[in-house]
Design a protein around this ligand. Structure first.
Ligand SMILES: NC(=O)c1ccc[n+]([C@@H]2O[C@H](COP(=O)([O-])OP(=O)(O)OC[C@H]3O[C@@H](n4cnc5c(N)ncnc54)[C@H](O)[C@@H]3O)[C@@H](O)[C@H]2O)c1
Length: 314
């Protein structure tokens, strides 16, 4: 059933959500506090949608585009909306201010979801009159190509809101997981932080270059991870399954896990060194073009996964 969706904050994530909802037939209102950011986003949509069409991932770019409308005020964006997706800056005070204002404007049945990467839901919604209809729906970047969404409520979020959000997002083609307890960074970013923490140490200690570390993922771990997770991976990496795997490798891996508990602060000196390392591989002027390349590779991979799933009847 066609719905009206409000997207608040039209940067990387907001623009991408607009395509997710418009491509399945919803009408989308896109709003940003900064008109120039909204102008830029509306232009970039055309390129992204043309690429999706060229990769056979949507039927008609112009039909999808015609369902995405520019909203010049928060009130106009929220008018008649049944779902609000907030994607403003990752700052608690910005999100609390927006949620308070949206709670006062949005019709009572509207669900209000935040894309926050790390802020637990209750920190955003505590004390708000409409807290029962608020939750976090955290995507990966960019949501129009990576289907995962982490759903996380506060104690005050109603069961109906959580169930309604799951149904809505699954109908939009997303893969939804439930975060059962309040936790900073949910699951995706906690896993990402664990991997990055170890990657930074290995690079800092001169064990490996950043470029070779990336190769380890792209030609190794990441190839499997594009269609299965680490729990299934280790279940298949020893003939007797996960227990056999843990008995073979557990003693050595436990020693490594103990070494990995050493904490190293995330300082600006660290950031400068890591940036310098990356800029030797690719100049900053190449970042935008490389992002387009990444999205096109993700589109080709999505196409491949859809065709493969059909072939093997998944
Ligand atoms: N970039 C990622 O990898 C990623 C992934 C998942 C979730 N997120 C989350 O999504 C949200 C947006 O991130 P992004 O990467 O799109 O950032 P971004 O900087 O690209 O976009 C943020 C947009 O919000 C607008 N904005 C700022 N204050 C506003 C306000 N009060 N009202 C309306 N719009 C406002 C800005 O003008 C900007 O266009 C953040 O909460 C972030 O943590 C980001």
């Amino acid at each position: 059933m066609q719905k009206t969706i409000a997207i608040i904050g039209a940067g990387l994530i907001g623009r991408s959500w607009a395509m997710v909802y418009a491509r399945i037939g919803h009408e989308v209102a896109l709003y940003d506090a900064f008109p120039e950011a909204l102008d830029k986003s509306m232009l970039l949509l055309d390129d992204n949608l043309a690429d999706l069409e060229a990769n056979g991932l949507i039927d008609g770019a112009s039909a999808v585009r015609s369902r995405i409308h520019r909203a010049d005020t928060l009130e106009a964006a929220l008018e008649g909306a049944s779902w609000v997706q907030e994607n403003a800056l990752e700052r608690l005070e910005v999100k609390r201010d927006l949620f308070t204002r949206m709670d006062a404007i949005a019709p009572p049945a509207t669900i209000i979801a935040s894309s926050t990467s790390a802020i637990p839901c209750h920190e955003i919604t505590d004390g708000m009159a409409g807290a029962a209809r608020m939750l976090v729906a955290h995507p990966a970047n960019p949501p129009y190509l990576l289907p995962i969404v982490e759903l996380s409520g506060a104690d005050t979020t109603s069961a109906e809101t959580l169930a309604g959000a799951r149904t809505f997002l699954e109908n939009a083609g997303m893969a939804v997981i439930s975060i059962n307890k309040p936790v900073k960074g949910f699951v995706l970013n906690r896993l990402q932080v664990a991997l990055l923490t170890e990657a930074f140490k290995l690079i800092e200690d001169g064990v490996v270059s950043g470029a070779d570390l990336d190769k380890t993922l792209k030609h190794g771990l990441g190839l499997r991870w594009s269609f299965m997770g680490p729990m299934e991976t280790i279940d298949l990496n020893a003939p007797g399954g996960i227990r056999d795997y843990l008995e073979r490798f557990g003693p050595a891996f436990e020693e490594i896990a103990r070494e990995q508990t050493e904490f190293r602060p995330w300082t600006s000196e660290k950031y400068a060194r890591l940036e310098q390392d990356r800029r030797t591989v690719m100049p900053a002027s190449g970042l935008a073009e490389r992002t387009t390349w990444r999205d096109r590779r993700l589109m080709a991979l999505t196409r491949h996964k859809m065709d493969a799933a059909k072939e093997i009847g998944e």
